[in-house]
Design a protein. Structure first.
Lengths: 409, 656
C-alpha cells in the first residue's frame, strides 16, 4: 500500500512538475492558461482524494448509471452546448468549459468492464462482441454528431482491452490490414496494389496444401482479396466524400508534408521545426523560440509536445516518452494482477486510452500520424482532459489498492 | 494462453515507444536542417544604419551634412482615419493616390508596416506630426539624406548611391547587402570606410506574423551602430563657389593649393552640377541626365583629364636645367638655330628670367638641348639617351608621369617619356635631341593633369618642396587621423636659390609679359606662367599656373580652360580673380570679373546621330556671341605644330 502510494506520488509529482512550467512557456497567455491550469490541478487533487475515499464498489455498482448519465450529457451538449472551433461539444460554465466527450471514455471503460465482468460473457461469441461494440459505438456516434472526430477515434483503443479479454486475434488483424491498405493506397498507385493483392491471393492459394483447398478456404481467400480490392477502391471515395476538407488535408499532409508548408502542412512543419531545433539538450527552460512566438499553433494543448521537444531536447523527449511507456506497462502488469475481471478490464481500458492518446498526439507532432486534435494525457492544457485522465487513472489505482489491501490484511 | 496476450500488448507499447524515440532521435540529433530553419524562422537580424560622416571646409562650414528625413509607415490593420478627405489634404495626396498606396500596403501585409510616404522633409513632417495624433496606424522612421548646402564641389565629393550588383559580388568581406548605400566616387568613395561608420546589429524575435516581439536574449548579441567620422577638408567653400561662377560656360579645371601644407583650397571641374541632384530619390533621373550630357560633367577633370602642359612646362625645364648646370640664369640664347618661331621679338636679348617672362620658345629649345647634351658622350644619339634619362629622373621628382597620390579615386598618371620609351618607338640609337625637342616646350609625349600643374606651382612657391596635395586635412577631428603620406615633405632636388630666377620671370610675365592685362592684380605680386595645350580636335586649351604672393606664398593655382584658344589669357583671368578673392577676400576688378563670367568657351557639340534637342541650356545673354567656331584650323602633326598654327594668326604682343 505504501509502496503503491509512493509510486503514485512519484507519478503525480512528475506530471505536476513537468506540467506547470510547460504551460508557463506560453508567454502571452501565462496569466490565463497557466493560472487556470493550476486551478484545474488543484481541483484534480480534490477529485483524487474523493476517488480514494469513495468505496471501490461504487464504480462497480454504478458503472451503467455513470454510462447512462454520460450518454445523456452527450445528448444534452448537442442541444445546449456552446460552439467552440466548430464543435458543439462544450458546456460553458463561467470562464471554464467542460467537454463531456472526455468523460465518455471513462464511462465507456466502466460500462465495458461491468459488462465483461458478467460471468458468462465470452468475447469469442458474436452476441457478446456485438454488445461490446454497441457500448462503444453509442457514445462514439454521439461524439461524431458533435463534430469531435478526434475524440471519437480514441474509442478504437478499447480494441486492446477486448483483445486481451479474448476477442479473436482476427479483429485487430483486420483493423491493421485496413489501416495498412488505406495508407498504401495513398502512397502507392492503385494498379500496383490491385496487382499485389491478386498476386498475394494466388500465392496464398498455391501455397495452401492441396488437401486443404476446400471450397470454403478458397472462398475465404477470394472474399478477402475482393474486399481488400474494394477497400482500396473505396479509399478515394472515403477520403474525398466522407471526410471533411480539413481532414482530407491532414491525411495528405501526412503523406507529403512539403506539399503545402504554409497551408495545411503548417502545423506539422512548424511542429517538426520546433522539435528538431531542440537538438540533444534543448534550448533551455523558457528559451524556446518557436513555441514561444506562436509558430506552433495550439502549443499549449494539442501540440504541447513541441514545447518539450524544443526546450528540453532529445533528453526531455526521451524522458517523457519513456515515462509513458513505463506507466503503460505498469498499468498492464497491475491489471494482470487484479483478482476481479472488472478491475482488469478497466485497467486495460485505461492503458489503451492513454496509449492511444500518446501515440496520436506525439505521432502527429513528429509527422508520423495525421493531425488529430486530441490531448497528451496529463500534459496538455485543459481541465476536462486533466480531470478525466486523473479520474481514469485513480479509479484504477483505487481498485488496485483494494487488491493490495486485501492481500496485506 | 490468453494471459500471454499481455506480452503482446506490452510489446506493442514498447514498440511504438521505440519507433517514436527513433524518430525523435532523427529529428533532433541527426537532422540539423530543422534547427537552422528555426532560427531563420523566429530570430531576425535588424541592421541599424549609422549616420554617415559629414564633411566640413577649412573654415568649419558644412560642405556635406545629413538632413533628417522622415519615412512614414502605415500598418493597415491599425489604421483609423476619421476623415479621409482631410487626411489626404494633410498629406497633400489625391484620393486616388491614397487609395493605391493603401491597397499596396494591404496587399503586402495587414499587420506589418509598409512605406506610406518617403523622405518627408523636416518642414513637411513638422506640419504633419501634430495632426497625426488624430490618425491611428501611422508611424515614422527617421533616416537621412546627403545634403550639400554649398551646392558645389560635386566632382570631388562624389556621391552616394545604392551599391551595384557588381560591387556587391566583388566585396572581399561581406559587409554590404543589397540595397545598401555606398560612396561611388570622389571623397565619398575614397573615405567610404571612414564615413560609413559601423553598422549596428540587433537580433529581435518575431512571431509567426513577423511582428517583432522584443530583443533576443535581452540583446546579448546586439552591437550598437557607430556613426561615421566627419571629414575636415582644406577646401575653402567661398573660393570654390567663386571659382565655380568664373568657370561657368567653360570646360576645364581650377585647382588651388595652399603651398605650405599641400591642402587643396579649391578644385573646380567645369562644367559641374549641383551635388544635391544626386542625393535622395531623384538620383536615377538626375544621373542619367548628367551621364548623357555631352560635356561629361561627371568627370572630375582636375585629376581625370589629360593635357599637354604646353609652355607651363618651361618652369620645370628651367629648374631642372639650372640645377643640372646646363644653363645659368644669365644665359642668353637667340632664336637662331631653333625650328620654333616665337612672338617675343626679343631674339638674343633674353636671359632665363626674361625667357620665362616672354615664354620664348627658341630659348627653351636651347635649354633642353643643353640639358640633354650636358654629358661627356660624343655620340649625339647616346648622349641624348643619357641626357633624357637624367632629365626623366629629375622631372619625375615633380610628380610628372606618376600618380601624385591625391585622396581621390581615378587619378591619372599622365605621361613622362623616358629613354626607353623612345627606344621602343624609334629603336635604340635611332633618336636624339632633334627627335624629341618638342618636349622642351611641354609638347610631344607629355601628359599631365591640372592637379599636377597646381602642384608644380606649389613647388615653385615653396622653392623646392611640396606636400602631396590632398583634400582631407582631418578625419574625426580637424588636423588628425589623415594618412601620414600627406604629412611627408617631398623635396624635388632643386637648390632653393634657383627659384628666385624663376619667380622673377613669373612675376614679370604677370606684370609686363604674356598676361599683363589679364592677371595683374594691384597689391598682390602674382607669379604666373601661361601655357597653350595643343588640341588636335578643336581649339587649343588655355592654361595658367601661378602662385601668390611672391614672398610667403599663400596660394598656388592651376587653371585649365579648354578650347579657350591660344595663349593663357582666359585661364590667367580666372586664376588672378581666384587669387584676389582668396588673398583679399574680395574682388575689386569688377570689369574682369564680369568679362570672365560672361565668356563662353563651350565647344560645339556634334551629336553623332539624330540631333536631339540640346540638353545643355546656354545662357541667353551669350547667344549674341559667336560661341562656336565652325572652322577649326587644321593642325598639322606631329609636333611642333604650335609655330605653324601660330603663323596663320595675326601677331600679338603676348608671346606664349
Amino acid at each position: 500500500m505504501l509502496y503503491i502510494a509512493c509510486v503514485l506520488m512519484g507519478w503525480l509529482n512528475v506530471y505536476a512538475a513537468v506540467y506547470s512550467p510547460e504551460s508557463q512557456t506560453n508567454l502571452f497567455d501565462m496569466s490565463t492558461n497557466a493560472g487556470k491550469q493550476l486551478m484545474w490541478i488543484g481541483t484534480t487533487v480534490l477529485l483524487i482524494i474523493a476517488i480514494l475515499v469513495i468505496n471501490y464498489r461504487f464504480w462497480d455498482t454504478f458503472a451503467f448509471v455513470i454510462y447512462g448519465a454520460t450518454i445523456l450529457a452527450l445528448l444534452l451538449v448537442l442541444v445546449a452546448g456552446s460552439n467552440i472551433n466548430g464543435s458543439r461539444s462544450w458546456f460553458k460554465i463561467g470562464a471554464f468549459s467542460i467537454q463531456p466527450a472526455e468523460f465518455a471514455k471513462l464511462a465507456t471503460a466502466l460500462a465495458l468492464a461491468r459488462y465483461i465482468d458478467y460471468p458468462n460473457v465470452n468475447l469469442t461469441k458474436l452476441k457478446d462482441q456485438l454488445w461490446c461494440a454497441g457500448i462503444i459505438a453509442l457514445p462514439a456516434v454521439l461524439i461524431i454528431a458533435s463534430n469531435e472526430t478526434g475524440s471519437m477515434l480514441v474509442f478504437a483503443s478499447f480494441i486492446i482491452m477486448l483483445y486481451r479479454e479474448g476477442l479473436p486475434g482476427v479483429y485487430p488483424l483486420i483493423a491493421i490490414v485496413i489501416v495498412t491498405l488505406f495508407i498504401l493506397t495513398l502512397i502507392v498507385p492503385k494498379l500496383f496494389l490491385f496487382a499485389g493483392i491478386v498476386a498475394l491471393g494466388l500465392l496464398v492459394f498455391f501455397l495452401t496444401p492441396r488437401y486443404q483447398r476446400s471450397f470454403q478456404n478458397v472462398m475465404v481467400i477470394g472474399i478477402t482479396a475482393v474486399s481488400m480490392i474494394a477497400i482500396v477502391a473505396g479509399v478515394d471515395f472515403f477520403v474525398n466524400s466522407v471526410l471533411q476538407k480539413h481532414q482530407q488535408n491532414r491525411i495528405k499532409v501526412l503523406i507529403n508534408p512539403a506539399a503545402d508548408p504554409l497551408g495545411a502542412g503548417w502545423n506539422v512543419t512548424q511542429a517538426k521545426i520546433a522539435i528538431g531545433s531542440g537538438r540533444l539538450q534543448g534550448k533551455g527552460f523558457l528559451e524556446g523560440t518557436q513555441t514561444k512566438l506562436d509558430f506552433v499553433p495550439e502549443q499549449s494543448t494539442d501540440f504541447i509536445f513541441c514545447t518539450i521537444g524544443e526546450e528540453h531536447g532529445f533528453i526531455g523527449s526521451l524522458i517523457v516518452v519513456s515515462l509513458f511507456v513505463v506507466l503503460l506497462c505498469r498499468i498492464v502488469l497491475l491489471a494482470e494482477k487484479q483478482r476481479t475481471r472488472f478491475a482488469r478490464v478497466y485497467g486495460y481500458s485505461v492503458a489503451g486510452i492513454i496509449f492511444f492518446h500518446l501515440m496520436i498526439n506525439v505521432g502527429m507532432t513528429i509527422g508520423l500520424m495525421p493531425v488529430i486534435g486530441i490531448p497528451l494525457p496529463f500534459f496538455s492544457y485543459g481541465g476536462s482532459s486533466l480531470w478525466s485522465f486523473s479520474i481514469l487513472l485513480f479509479i484504477f489505482l483505487k481498485l488496485d489498492s483494494r487488491r493490495v489491501g486485501m492481500f496485506t490484511r | 494462453m490468453i494471459e500471454n496476450r499481455k506480452y503482446i500488448v506490452i510489446g506493442v507499447f514498447c514498440l511504438v515507444g521505440l519507433v517514436y524515440l527513433a524518430r525523435l532521435f532523427y529529428l533532433q540529433i541527426l537532422d540539423d536542417s530543422y534547427s537552422l530553419e528555426s532560427s531563420s524562422n523566429s530570430i531576425k537580424r535588424v541592421i541599424e544604419i549609422p549616420y554617415r560622416g559629414q564633411i566640413y571646409d577649412r573654415n568649419g562650414k558644412f560642405i556635406v551634412y545629413n538632413t533628417p528625413v522622415y519615412d512614414l509607415y502605415v500598418t493597415p490593420k491599425k489604421v483609423q482615419i476619421p476623415d479621409t478627405a482631410a487626411f489626404c489634404r494633410l498629406m497633400e495626396l489625391e484620393r486616388s493616390e491614397f487609395d493605391s498606396i493603401m491597397n499596396n500596403a494591404k496587399s503586402y501585409s495587414y499587420v506589418k508596416p509598409s512605406l506610406f510616404l518617403r523622405q518627408l522633409s523636416k518642414e513637411d513632417f513638422a506640419r504633419i506630426q501634430d495632426a497625426l495624433v488624430d490618425y491611428r496606424g501611422f508611424e515614422h522612421v527617421t533616416s537621412s539624406m546627403r545634403t550639400y548646402p554649398a551646392h558645389t564641389l560635386a566632382n570631388a565629393l562624389g556621391y552616394v548611391s545604392e551599391i551595384s550588383k557588381k560591387q556587391l559580388d566583388e566585396q572581399e568581406t561581406p559587409y554590404y547587402r543589397q540595397g545598401d548605400y555606398i560612396g561611388r566616387s570622389g571623397l565619398e568613395q575614397q573615405y567610404e570606410a571612414v564615413l560609413r561608420g559601423q553598422r549596428g546589429v540587433k537580433f529581435v524575435m518575431q512571431n509567426v506574423h513577423q511582428v517583432v516581439k522584443g530583443s533576443w536574449k535581452n540583446g546579448a548579441f546586439d552591437s550598437l551602430a557607430v556613426a561615421g567620422k566627419n571629414l575636415y577638408t582644406g577646401i575653402d567653400v567661398e573660393i570654390q563657389q567663386y571659382a565655380d561662377t568664373l568657370m561657368q560656360n567653360k570646360v576645364g579645371s581650377v585647382v588651388a593649393i595652399e603651398p605650405s601644407t599641400g591642402q587643396i583650397l579649391a578644385m573646380v571641374s567645369a562644367p559641374t552640377y549641383d551635388p544635391n541632384a544626386l542625393s535622395s530619390r531623384f538620383f536615377s533621373k538626375s544621373y542619367s541626365k548628367l551621364a548623357k550630357n555631352p560635356y561629361k560633367p561627371l568627370i572630375n577633370r582636375p585629376v581625370m583629364a589629360s593635357y599637354r602642359p604646353g609652355s607651363t612646362f618651361k618652369l620645370i625645364q628651367a629648374m631642372v636645367a639650372l640645377q643640372d648646370g646646363a644653363v645659368a640664369p644669365s644665359s642668353i640664347f637667340s632664336h637662331a638655330g631653333s625650328p620654333m618661331k616665337c612672338h617675343c621679338n626679343r631674339s638674343g636679348r633674353l636671359n632665363l628670367a626674361g625667357a620665362v617672362q616672354y615664354s620664348c620658345n627658341p630659348y627653351f629649345y636651347h635649354v633642353f638641348r643643353r640639358l640633354l647634351y650636358n654629358n661627356n658622350e660624343r655620340n649625339t644619339f647616346k648622349a641624348s639617351a643619357m641626357g633624357l634619362h637624367h632629365w626623366h629622373d629629375m622631372v619625375s621628382k615633380f610628380g610628372i608621369g606618376q600618380k601624385l597620390g591625391v585622396d581621390l579615386p581615378g587619378e591619372l598618371k599622365g605621361s613622362l617619356p623616358d629613354a626607353d620609351y623612345y627606344n621602343r618607338m624609334y629603336g635604340e640609337n635611332h633618336w636624339k635631341f632633334s627627335t624629341v625637342y618638342s618636349l622642351s616646350i611641354g609638347e610631344g609625349e607629355l601628359l599631365i593633369n591640372p592637379l599636377k600643374m597646381a602642384n608644380v606651382a606649389a613647388i615653385v612657391a615653396n622653392r623646392g618642396w611640396f606636400y602631396t596635395p590632398h583634400l582631407v586635412s582631418g578625419i574625426g577631428k580637424p588636423g588628425e587621423g589623415i594618412d601620414p603620406k600627406y604629412l611627408e615633405k617631398h623635396d624635388v632636388g632643386i637648390d632653393p636659390h634657383h627659384f628666385e630666377v624663376l619667380a622673377e620671370g613669373m612675376q614679370g610675365a604677370v606684370e609686363h609679359g604674356t598676361t599683363t592685362m589679364a592677371a595683374n592684380i594691384p597689391g598682390i605680386t602674382i607669379c604666373g606662367k601661361t601655357g597653350t595645350s595643343q588640341n588636335k580636335k578643336g581649339k587649343d586649351h588655355s592654361i595658367f599656373v601661378a602662385f601668390a604672393p611672391r614672398e610667403n606664398p599663400k596660394i598656388a593655382i592651376a587653371v585649365f580652360v579648354e578650347n579657350a584658344g591660344w595663349g593663357g589669357i582666359a585661364a590667367a583671368s580666372v586664376a588672378s580673380l581666384v587669387i584676389e578673392k582668396y588673398i583679399k577676400r574680395r574682388v575689386d576688378n569688377h570689369a574682369l570679373d564680369k568679362k570672365v563670367k560672361e565668356s563662353n568657351y563651350l565647344p560645339a557639340v556634334t551629336l553623332p546621330k539624330k540631333p536631339a534637342p540640346k540638353k545643355y541650356e546656354m545662357p541667353k545673354d551669350s547667344a549674341a556671341k559667336p560661341l562656336i567656331v565652325k572652322t577649326i584650323p587644321q593642325l598639322p602633326t606631329p609636333v611642333p605644330v604650335e609655330t605653324k598654327s601660330l603663323a596663320s594668326r595675326p601677331a600679338t604682343t603676348n608671346g606664349n
